[in-house]
Ligand binder design. Structure first.
Ligand code: PAF
Length: 276
């Protein structure tokens, strides 16, 4: 397994000429959700590159950049076990410090996380654009847990004609329904129990889904209202592509999205709403 911080070493790295390269961008602290992306990439690609980079550009002032979980030795072990071919771990000094260029996507990033975390998505899309340019993968894999991020990246790739296929992968959950996230490490046992309200609310929306966005939204909010120790940022039913809030009846598909603070930890989750 190649492990490098060097942009020149990873640029155009193709150990299996003629076979597709898959990229799995991560911020490390890898869990089964990340590994499901790696496994999907391994199944479809001749070689797989994973990047591990805690991207300072996507953290706002007062957010958890300094305390974000970091475990590079553990991550490398997990990646070796999963059969990754190369790990790119760029340095802040050479990758994101002193940039004068930003890649930002309008529209799909305006609401939800974009409204709650100003500048967050520009930080994500700037770094993902750089990773795509440096590694030059044929396919790049992202989890649906960060659903708005996935929509922004898809839009960026389309608008900038970046020659890569973006693959969105389903959310991986613990047995009790909690969506896996590196930030779950911050939760105490009591907070973890409270955090289950997010997935319960999504399940209520999915269970009530007949195409009526107002009804599904009300179901979600009813579950969250009961939640002790949770401060809800948003709980909404949105269009899967534009991320705009939906209202009224007659929708065949939509996405239920939720963000809440449990103690000091901000969690997000979502699920597809589909008739039939
Ligand atoms: O989803 C993440 O872990 C990050 O936002 C990403 C895509 C690796 C960009 O830093």
């Amino acid at each position: 397994m190649l492990i490098t911080t060097d942009i020149a070493a990873i640029r155009g790295w193709r150990p299996n000429a003629g076979q597709p390269v898959g990229l799995v961008p991560t911020m490390g602290a890898l869990h089964a959700g990340h590994l499901s992306l790696v496994e999907a990439a391994r199944a479809a690609c001749g070689s797989v590159v994973t990047s591990v980079f805690v991207n300072p550009l996507q953290f706002g002032p007062g957010e958890d950049l300094d305390s974000y979980p970091r475990d590079l030795p553990g991550d490398l072990e997990r990646l070796r076990d999963t059969g990754v071919d190369a790990v790119f771990t760029p340095r802040v000094e050479t990758f994101t410090a002193k940039l004068l260029t930003t890649v930002s996507v309008a529209g799909v990033t305006d609401g939800l996380e974009g409204a709650a975390r100003p500048g967050h998505f520009a930080g994500v899309t700037t770094v993902v654009a750089k990773l795509l340019h440096v590694v030059g993968p044929d396919l790049a894999y992202f989890g649906e847990k960060d659903f708005q991020q996935l929509a922004a990246i898809r839009r960026m790739v389309r608008d900038l004609d970046i020659p890569v296929e973006i693959v969105g992968m389903p959310i991986v959950r613990d047995a009790d329904g909690l969506a896996l996230s590196s930030r779950n490490a911050y939760l105490s046992d009591a907070e973890r129990l409270r955090a289950l309200r997010l997935s319960h609310a999504l399940r209520a929306a999915a269970g009530a889904w007949t195409g009526d966005a107002d009804r599904a939204r009300a179901e979600m909010r009813a579950v969250l209202r009961d939640g002790e120790g949770i401060v809800v940022d948003y709980a909404d039913v949105v269009d899967e592509h534009t991320l705009a809030a939906l209202s009224g009846d007659g929708h065949t598909r939509a996405r239920a999205v939720v963000a809440a603070r449990v103690g000091r930890t901000r969690l997000i989750d979502n699920c597809r709403l589909e008739v039939g």
